[in-house]
Design a protein around this ligand. Structure first.
Ligand SMILES: Nc1ncnc2c1ncn2[C@@H]1O[C@H](COP(=O)(O)OP(=O)(O)O)[C@@H](O)[C@H]1O
Ligand SMILES: [Mg+2]
Length: 414
């Protein structure tokens, strides 16, 4: 069951996680006293202790998973009748199950319980009163925005949707309001871009509206015109052979956009490949004016300055896109032998199944002194289960073909 942890809180006495699964919310509590006379008490308290000591994200994930794993059947059974089409209002105010974990024999199981008031029902929303009026920007009501899930997937509506269908039937890009500071910068920048007369001169998606709850008290996100694109961002284009001939064009296009922005004293800010979208005509767009930055692309000292933008652009097009830097995925198992096409299928498939979204990644054949890059090109992003057909480079899921995988580079003697 695909699900998304949207909120969590850990303490030895009692911890909880809030999960979305098929447009339904589950708030699961585990209390030490409920499990204290079982082996689960030791497992639980060790995991909490690790979180308290180091506060590593992996430790949070481990405990979330430990709690959620006990509830997957419950999720499935209580979501069989979820409609395939709902509104954003329904997604943001979903039916909620309050559960607690109890021990029965040698297992943990979830039991329905009363609402103890620990859940933040307005998580992922910003009170509209905390924001400036932004009277120049139209509002869209969440109940007028439809979410259509892909019915070929069994596990749908667990993640915040990226697309909204407005009343005239067109699709818009939805960006959730998960951070007030980012939302403020984003709206402000789009207004400045408009005021500077740049709106139709540069490839930056038009800000369509601010999405609010029905009573308008909560702001839940922003709608932008949808950039017609198949892959998500430059990340999905890095390794594709056809992308090579476009490198110079994209560099030139992004440079031109940044020059235009800078000439009006507007700084892009968070320059990295994920914030460059390639459209279906292979033109490059700039997205994400939320600020912040990734140090790999924009050094912290210059973040938010024109110089920072240029350092980021150079890093992307003079180094990153040429594959000069190396990144490493932690946690890939040691391959028993150097992977050869069509071998290690199960391991590869298992690994890929746990990483439903990415454009490309590098696998290190650890200990063998050999490195190869494996990259994935999918025609769509996809949740849940899919596999690589034995003996081919085709990826399939229950709905059929989703893309191809291929080995791209083979380096020896590293
Ligand atoms: N207007 C748009 N149309 C289509 N896809 C978009 C649009 N804006 C952003 N995206 C895609 O969604 C991703 C996330 O959007 P972004 O604005 O970067 O938000 P975040 O702050 O979550 O990084 C981008 O990397 C890009 O692939
Ligand atoms: Mg981004």
């Amino acid at each position: 069951m695909a699900h998304t942890v949207i909120d969590s809180h850990f303490e030895l006495d009692s911890s909880w996680v809030t999960v979305m699964c098929r447009a339904t919310r589950f708030h699961i509590t585990v209390s030490y006293k409920d499990i204290q006379r079982s082996r689960f008490a030791t497992e639980y308290s060790e995991m909490v202790a690790k979180i308290m000591e180091d506060d590593y994200e992996e430790d949070h994930d481990e405990l979330c998973e430990w709690i959620v794993d006990q509830c997957l059947t419950y999720f499935q059974e209580s979501t069989v009748n979820v409609p395939k089409e709902i509104t954003f209002e329904e997604f943001y105010h979903p039916p909620t199950h309050h559960l607690k974990l109890l021990v029965s024999g040698s297992s943990l199981y979830p039991k329905a319980t009363r609402d103890r008031g620990t859940m933040d029902a307005f998580h992922l929303m910003i009170p509209s009163g905390d924001l400036p009026p932004f009277s120049e920007v139209p509002r869209s009501k969440a109940s007028d925005l439809r979410i259509i899930s892909d019915t070929k997937w069994d596990d749908y509506m667990s993640e915040i949707p990226q697309k909204a269908i407005i009343s005239d039937g067109t699709s818009k890009f939805f960006k959730p309001a998960d951070d007030k500071k980012q939302l403020l910068r984003e709206v402000d920048m789009h207004l400045r871009i408009r005021d500077a007369g740049l709106q139709d001169k540069i490839r930056v998606a038009h800000l369509h509206s601010i999405v609010v709850s029905n009573d308008a008290k909560m702001t839940i996100g922003l709608l932008f015109d949808l950039i017609p694109s198949t892959g998500d961002s430059l990340y999905s284009h890095k390794e594709s052979a056809s992308a090579l001939e476009y490198h110079a064009r994209w560099k030139q296009q992004i440079t031109a956009i940044v020059e235009q922005l800078h000439s009006h004293n507007l700084v892009w800010g968070d320059v990295h490949p994920g914030n460059i979208v390639i459209d279906t005509s292979f033109d490059a767009w700039v997205v994400d004016f939320g600020g912040g930055s990734i140090v790999e692309f924009v050094p912290r000292k210059v973040a938010g300055t024109k110089d920072g933008d240029w350092q980021g652009v150079r890093k992307i097009f003079n180094e990153w896109i040429l594959g000069k830097e190396k990144s490493r995925i932690n946690g890939i198992a040691v391959f028993g032998e150097i992977p050869i096409k069509d071998k290690n299928m199960e391991l590869l498939a298992a690994y890929l199944q746990s990483h439903p979204r990415f454009g490309s990644f590098l696998v290190d054949a650890m200990g063998l002194g050999k490195t190869f890059i494996l990259s994935i090109h999918a025609s769509t992003s996809w949740p849940g289960m899919w596999t690589i057909e034995e003996g081919t480079n085709r990826m399939v899921d229950t709905g059929g073909f989703v893309g191809t995988w291929q080995y791209h580079r083979w380096e020896t003697g590293v």
